[in-house]
Design a protein around this ligand. Structure first.
Ligand code: GLC
Length: 424
C-alpha cells in the first residue's frame, strides 16, 4: 500500500529523528542544523506539538554564553561529514558546535507554534525560549551590525544558509587560501558532484574556518578581522521579520523592557535595510562590507522584502517586475539565482535550484502584502515539486528534478506546514 504524501513526510521526520533533534538527511548531514531544525519544529507541530517545541529547545541548548546560536550542533560523532567537530573545535562547554551561525528564523516559528498550536504548556515554553532568542538577536546587533544600521554581517558564506550563491563569488575572491587546508570532502561521494559546490569554493570555506579557529571563535575579533565580511540580504530580512515576531511575543507576555528594546531596533533596521537597495538593479542585494560593493544580482533572498515588511510602493513594484521576469523564464518559482545571471545553473545547489524553506517565506510574504497571484504561484509551485518529484533537498527550477540529498527533513516539514495545505 502506498503512503500518502503526508504520511511520507511524517515518516521522513521520524526516520531522521535522533531523539530530541533531527538530522537534515542521513549521511550527507548527520548532525543538527540551526535553521533546518527551526522549520522542522514547524513541521512536527502539525501532528506532534510537543516534539515541535523539543526540536527548537534542543537547538537552543547549544547556545553560547554570549547569545550566539551555532549553525551545526554535533550531538554525536559521525565520520561521514566534513568538516566535522574537530575541524571546528568550538562549543559551549557542554556541546560541540560549529563556530558560525545561520539565519535567525526561530522567533517567527516560536510565535507561530505559540499562536497556532496552543497546548497546556505552549505559553510557558514560548516564554522560556523568548529570552534565549532575545539574547541571540542582541548578539546579532552587538557583534554583527558594525554600522549600527540593522544589517546582518556574515563572516562565512555558510552562515547565510545559501552556501554557494553567486552573491559570494566576488567577496570570496578576496580571501587567501590557507596553504594548510587539505580538502577531505565526503559530500561528492554521496550525491552528484554537479549538484554541489566546486573544490575552489571549498578551499575558501575551509580557509575561513581556519581563520575563526585561529581566533578561538572570539566573535568580536572575527567581526573586526575576518577577510570575508558581507552583509547578507537574506539574513537581514529574516532577522527583521523575527524581530517583529519577538516584539509580538514580548507584548503578549507583558515584557515592556524587551518590547521597547526590540521596537527601537526594528525602527533602525527598517531604515537601514535601504543600504542594501541597489538602485541600478532596482532590487535588494547583499553587499561586500570590505569593498562597499553591491552583489548586483537578484536572488530568492531579494524576494524576502515583503516577508520582512519592508519596501516602498516603488521598491515593491520593481521587485514584482523582477519576479515576473524570472517566473516567466523557469518552470518553478523561486530560483535561488536570477536565470539571467552568468553563474546560473538550474541544478547546482544555490545557483538556481528551488529550496522549499525559502519559498515558504517568499510565498508567505507575498500573500501577506496582498500579492495574491504571485503568492499563490509560489505556493502551488512548491507543492507541485513535492507532488511530482518527492522530498529532495532542493529542485531544479527548470525541470523540477530533485537535487542533492533525498528523504530530506525540512522539505517534508514545509510540505506538512504549508506546501501540502490549502491556503486560507
Ligand atoms: C546546506 C544548505 C544549508 C542547510 C544545510 C543542512 O549546507 O545550504 O542551508 O542548512 O545544508 O540542510
Amino acid at each position: 500500500m502506498s503512503l500518502s504524501l503526508n504520511e511520507q513526510a511524517r515518516k521522513i521526520l521520524t526516520d531522521n529523528d535522533k531523539g530530541g533533534y533531527t538530522v537534515p538527511t542521513a549521511r550527507l548531514y548527520p548532525f543538527q542544523w540551526n535553521w533546518d531544525s527551526v522549520f522542522t519544529g514547524l513541521g512536527f507541530a502539525t501532528y506532534d506539538v510537543n516534539r515541535g517545541w523539543e526540536e527548537i529547545e534542543t537547538l537552543f541548548s547549544a547556545q553560547w554564553d554570549d547569545g550566539f546560536v551555532p549553525h551545526i550542533v554535533f550531538h554525536k560523532d559521525d565520520p561521514s561529514y566534513y568538516p566535522g567537530a574537530s575541524l571546528w573545535s568550538a562549543g559551549n562547554g557542554t556541546l560541540k558546535t560549529s563556530g558560525i551561525t545561520q539565519p535567525p528564523v526561530a522567533a517567527t516559528v516560536i510565535r507561530r507554534l505559540m499562536e497556532t498550536y496552543k497546548s497546556d504548556d505552549s505559553d510557558a515554553r514560548a516564554k522560556a525560549l523568548m529570552s534565549k532568542v532575545a539574547a541571540w538577536h542582541r548578539w546579532f546587533r552587538e557583534v554583527r551590525d558594525p554600522s549600527g544600521e540593522g544589517l546582518v554581517m556574515t563572516v562565512h558564506p555558510w552562515e547565510t544558509g545559501r552556501d554557494n550563491n553567486a552573491e559570494w563569488t566576488a567577496p570570496m575572491g578576496n580571501v587567501e587560501v590557507n596553504p594548510s587546508v587539505k580538502l577531505e570532502r565526503r559530500d561528492v561521494s554521496m550525491v552528484d558532484a554537479s549538484e554541489r559546490p566546486h573544490d575552489r569554493e571549498y578551499l575558501i570555506y575551509m580557509s575561513l574556518v581556519a581563520e575563526g579557529r585561529a581566533l578561538n571563535w572570539d566573535h568580536k575579533a572575527i567581526a573586526e578581522k575576518s577577510s570575508y565580511r558581507v552583509a547578507d540580504v537574506g539574513m537581514t530580512m529574516m532577522l527583521l521579520r523575527s524581530e517583529r515576531d519577538l516584539l509580538a511575543m514580548a507584548e503578549y507576555f507583558g515584557d515592556e523592557a524587551l518590547a521597547a528594546e526590540v521596537s527601537a531596533r526594528i525602527k533602525i533596521a527598517e531604515k537601514g535595510v535601504n543600504a542594501l537597495w541597489d538602485d541600478e538593479l532596482q532590487a535588494y542585494c547583499s553587499k561586500d562590507l570590505l569593498t562597499g560593493k553591491s552583489s548586483g544580482m537578484v536572488t530568492s533572498a531579494s524576494m524576502l522584502a515583503p516577508y520582512a515588511g519592508v519596501g516602498s510602493k516603488e521598491q515593491t513594484a520593481a521587485l514584482m517586475q523582477h519576479f515576473d521576469r524570472i517566473a516567466n523564464k523557469i518552470k518553478y518559482t523561486m530560483p535561488s539565482l536570477d536565470p539571467d545571471h552568468s553563474e546560473y545553473d538550474h541544478k547546482r545547489y544555490w545557483l538556481g535550484p528551488v529550496w522549499l524553506v525559502v519559498n515558504y517565506m517568499v510565498g508567505t510574504g507575498l500573500l501577506e502584502i496582498g500579492e495574491k497571484e504571485r503568492g499563490e504561484r509560489v505556493h502551488k509551485d512548491t507543492g507541485d515539486l513535492v507532488r511530482d518529484h518527492g522530498f529532495y533537498e532542493a529542485f531544479s527550477c527548470a525541470t523540477g528534478q530533485g537535487t542533492g540529498g533525498n528523504h530530506f527533513t525540512w522539505t517534508a516539514a514545509i510540505w506538512l506546514a504549508w506546501a501540502g495545505k490549502e491556503l486560507v
